[in-house]
Design a protein around this ligand. Structure first.
Ligand code: ARG
Length: 565
């Protein structure tokens, strides 16, 4: 965007000031009446040139005044800013890029981006906090894919470890005749909970559990079969919940997959002298003084492997099998140190790590007292989703005729699940995520229902107009509310890039929220269907693009938007 005026500015800076390849950026002025865009390039180059920034800004302004088809008005302001107002035609022309951005880019043939997210532990239900990493990873994957990247969505299941030994012991002692495969996840979970209760009185159970896991690792057939059944039951329960949230994966190779891939990594570390025996016989890696990282345990003193061992094997495997251009692993802040140690160990091993990022997110905080003070028991995600849908249904009932729908149950599902995922994705993941029912389900604020309602309103206008609404190429004037909406639509491609590159979906959510505000202001102030021929065409075109951008942006955030509401 802005290629023509960028070229003009560069040209004049090179001719008049001898500056090659000036870095010309066009920003949105903080205040609307300071122009459509502004550039601070004069301020940036003035010092090296030994000239007054205003003089250079004036040279730029003169040059832009020779482009009347693009630039309507130009002004030098403040310490040396150049403020630009575009002609209506130029603004309309620029929207082609926004329309294009609603369509997924063609998939490029290049190394993949591996995005790992969700990663629940098997034999446990998905708890409410799991939803954060799950929807963040899903939406960032969507953004990459939309931009033409080859994405591998990876659910690294926590399907290995001592918990299986404990569960096996519990099943042996207190389980029923019913085959494990036919048990519900809740029944399995009850066994696990019982194990932890009984351990207080019978501490020897702990050893028995560890023993059972060791037998499982050694390949005991009965334990293997038991393990496979537990994994199958958990996966089936996960699948239905993921589907409701529009979350999907290409791979769900979890920790167990790396069982036979750990020894080669341990051998390599030993051969390189990176791993050595620490006090008590465990195998550890140690790091430089400056790094201030504590030692990383690679193998227990009894020879057992660890979470860390599997993560090393996992990194090696992903590099060898996929040669990815990037690996992103979404986890909550509690795992920060683990991944710092992991990366430092990979470096010591001399592995050429592709771009790696442990994409961190904060904890969940509850506004609702009853939720925040709940102790001991996990709050199951499934129940929270059900409650969100029930609350959405209540709002739909309460609003009565002001809500239009042929299928209230489907709308409630869309609104309830949407409120939950959008409630999370509209917040900056680097902070704690606040869980607030009222805010999530509000029709006015930065919420799913507001985005959904605005989208439905735009579609309703288009339905009534009854024709395809393409944007006209020319218009003589733009009303202030048209211009504000148009300028915001213009930003869509760059917001998608930013949200993807920074792994910050809330930037897209914030953009959609502001788009809704601008569209509603436009809709409330200006007639659309009743306007004169030229204005009607323009406004329908803007309405159609708004609806498309809202739908595309919302779906990238795993939020569905209805055509009627
Ligand atoms: N399953 C782990 C947990 O719930 C998270 C896995 C994170 N990913 C990884 N490669 N270590 O704590």
């Amino acid at each position: 965007m802005f290629e023509d005026i960028t070229a003009a500015v560069r040209g004049v800076l090179q001719r008049e000031c001898g500056v090659d390849d000036a870095d010309v950026k066009w920003e949105r002025p903080a205040q609307q009446d300071h122009g459509d865009r502004c550039t601070a390039v004069a301020l940036r180059i003035a010092k090296t040139l030994g000239r007054k920034p205003q003089d250079i800004a004036e040279i730029i302004a003169q040059e832009l005044r020779t482009q009347p088809t693009i630039v309507e008005r130009v002004e030098v302001a403040g310490a040396g800013y150049v403020n630009v107002w575009f002609t209506p035609q130029e603004l309309l022309r620029s929207l082609a890029a926004s329309r294009q951005a609603c369509v997924p880019a063609v998939r490029r043939t290049e190394p993949p981006v591996i995005v790992e997210y969700s990663q629940p532990n098997i034999a446990k239900p998905l708890a409410i906090h799991h939803v954060i990493g799950t929807v963040l990873g899903q939406s960032v994957s969507n953004l990459y894919e939309h931009a033409g990247y080859n994405v591998i969505r990876w659910n690294y299941l926590g399907d290995w470890g001592t918990q299986f030994g404990k569960l096996a012991v519990a099943h042996r002692r207190w389980g029923t005749e019913k085959p494990v495969r036919d048990c519900s996840l809740d029944e399995l979970l009850a066994l696990y909970v019982r194990f932890h209760k009984e351990v207080d009185e019978h501490p020897e159970l702990e050893d028995e559990g560890r023993e059972a896991f060791r037998d499982l690792e050694r390949g005991d057939p009965a334990l293997r079969a038991f393990w496979a059944d537990v994994v199958a039951v958990t996966k089936a329960s996960l699948a239905s919940l993921y589907e409701r949230l529009h979350v999907s994966f290409d791979l769900d190779l979890g920790e167990s997959f790396y069982e036979d891939k750990m020894q080669p990594v341990i051998d390599a570390g030993l051969a390189k002298g990176v791993f050595h025996e620490g006090d008590g016989g465990a195998l550890i890696a140690e790091f430089s003084e400056e790094s201030a990282l504590p030692p990383f345990m690679i193998r227990k003193s009894d020879g057992g492997t660890l979470y860390s061992t599997r993560d090393l094997a996992q990194m090696r495997y992903r590099i060898d099998a996929y040669h990815p251009q990037a690996i992103l692993i979404f986890t909550d802040i509690a795992q920060k140190l683990h991944f710092q140690q992991l990366v430092a160990t990979c470096e010591q091993l001399g592995w050429e790590l592709t771009t790696f990022e442990n994409v961190l997110f904060g904890r969940m905080r509850f506004v609702d007292k009853a939720m925040s003070t709940r102790k001991g028991t996990v709050m199951k995600l499934e129940h929270v989703v059900d409650e969100a849908v029930a609350r959405a249904q209540a709002i739909i009932d309460e609003r009565g005729d002001t809500i239009q729908t042929d299928d209230p149950a489907a709308l409630a599902e869309m609104m309830g699940t949407g409120a939950l995922v959008y409630g999370i994705l509209s917040q900056n993941r680097k902070m704690d995520i606040v869980f607030d029912w009222d805010k999530m389900l509000s029709f006015e604020g930065n919420s799913a229902p507001y985005v959904q309602y605005t989208h439905a309103r735009a579609r309703s206008v288009l339905r009534k107009a009854g024709s395809d609404a393409a944007l006209p190429k020319v218009t003589d004037v733009l009303e202030p509310d048209e211009r504000r909406l148009l300028l915001h639509l213009q930003d869509f491609p760059s917001v998608l890039d930013e949200a993807r590159a920074e792994h910050l979906p809330h930037k897209l959510a914030q953009y959609l929220y502001e788009l809704c505000q601008r569209f509603n202001a436009f809709y409330n102030v200006l007639p659309i269907l009743q306007a004169g021929e030229a204005a009607r065409k323009l406004r329908l075109g803007l309405t159609a693009l708004t609806a498309d951008v809202l739908r595309c942006g919302a779906e990238l955030l795993t939020l569905r938007v209805p055509d009627r509401m």
